[in-house]
Design a protein around this ligand. Structure first.
Ligand code: UFG
Length: 338
């Protein structure tokens, strides 16, 4: 079966394509390379030992998208392509609404017109805001996200619920917690553009000597060590969850299906704990300074992962230490490319 993967050269997308190919699916990627590089394509082929079709264009180009559907017998879609910088989305909200929502709608129109089903959407735990109770379940009340980026994810979820209901489609909404790590081959991973926003890429660059020190944004949170807590999920485990979600949709004989799954480990780790685990896993030193809180950050978020385990038979398998070791291999590979 042929699966359309938008943003398939991106961080989570590239790892998922490897898992799809390894599970016997054929893959068509559409990616405009706005947040990836062409060498990722070759590396996916090298790591998987398989070929796939690639179209380099922006999904807002509706006619080109339509031609992809005409050329291939698409059996489902995993839609990763989106802008994802929380800070930038506050500066340029229209860029986010236009890109993240129009492209979703274009894809869904093709699905409706061509009577296709099986659509998987990358959402985020940002839709819960600061939840009152931990761990966060899929039916934990949603809060309007603070960032325009987060709002596009919540709006995307609403669009998909209407799509599944009105047109008898099967949809899976995957709410990622904090993805980390790289492929064990050292050939795929996150490509932060400029100064990394996210914790683990920043720690990696600090350990590699590219940054002087890590700024820890706040140690006055109501947590045991005062730093904020998140649920960090290994990217390969996350990639495998997409295949599990796809297989579940394909096996389901009903229509009007809206699966929603939290994808995390179920374990909360503080920023200071993360620094310590990173140092131990890679035998490196990560200098840090405590700074003011970052605006918009929440205190605590970790997932209740029982639904994904019960309904998809998926759970995260990789320890934090193993996941963090892979970031070091990836950084070494990137150093050789520069
Ligand atoms: N942090 C630091 N220093 C840094 C970077 C991060 O102390 O240099 C802290 C943050 O303050 C936060 C934690 O590390 O407490 C994790 O921060 P990340 O930026 O890695 O992740 P977030 O949880 O803030 O954001 C992630 C995704 C967003 C998504 C959000 C909620 O990056 O896209 O989860 O789902 F919106």
């Amino acid at each position: 079966m042929m699966i359309l993967v938008t943003g398939g050269l991106g961080y989570i997308g590239s790892h998922t394509v490897v898992e799809l190919l390894g599970n016997g699916f054929e893959v068509v990627i559409v990616d405009d390379l706005s947040n990836s590089e062409k060498f990722i394509l070759e590396n996916i082929e090298e790591v998987s030992g398989k070929k796939f079709t690639f179209y380099p264009f922006d999904l807002k180009k509706k006619e080109l998208l339509s031609q992809v559907f005409q050329a291939h017998n698409i059996g489902g879609c995993i839609h990763f392509a989106a802008h994802k910088s929380v800070g930038e989305s506050q500066e340029m909200p229209l860029k986010y609404y236009e890109n993240n929502l129009f492209t979703l709608i274009h894809l869904l129109q093709e699905f409706k017109d061509r009577e296709l089903s099986n659509f998987i959407f990358s959402s985020s735990c940002t839709v819960y805001g600061q939840a009152e109770h931990m761990p966060i379940k899929e039916d934990t009340p949603l809060k309007v996200p603070k960032s325009a980026y987060g709002k596009t994810k919540q709006m995307g979820e609403e669009i998909l619920k209407d799509f599944a209901r009105a047109y008898d489609k099967k949809v899976s909404i995957l709410r990622y917690f904090n993805p980390i790590g790289a492929h064990p081959s050292g050939k795929l991973g996150e490509l932060p553009v400029g100064i990394p926003n996210n914790l683990v890429p920043y720690i990696t660059q600090t350990a590699a000597g590219l940054r002087e020190f890590l700024s820890i944004w706040g140690n006055d949170y109501p947590t045991p060590d005062g730093t904020a807590i998140r649920d960090y999920i290994y990217v390969v485990d996350l990639a495998k969850a997409h295949v599990a979600a796809l297989k579940k949709l394909l096996a389901c004989e009903e229509n009007k299906v809206i699966d929603i799954f939290n994808l995390g480990t179920g374990r909360g780790v503080s920023v200071l704990e993360m620094v310590k685990i990173y140092e131990k896993a890679n035998n490196v030193n990560v200098p840090y300074r405590i700074c003011e809180r970052r605006s918009g950050d929440i205190t605590l978020a970790y997932a209740d992962v029982r639904k994904a385990q019960k309904e998809m038979g998926w759970r995260s398998e990789t320890t934090m230490e193993e996941a963090l070791k892979t970031t070091w291999n990836w950084q070494s590979y990137l150093n050789t490319k520069d």
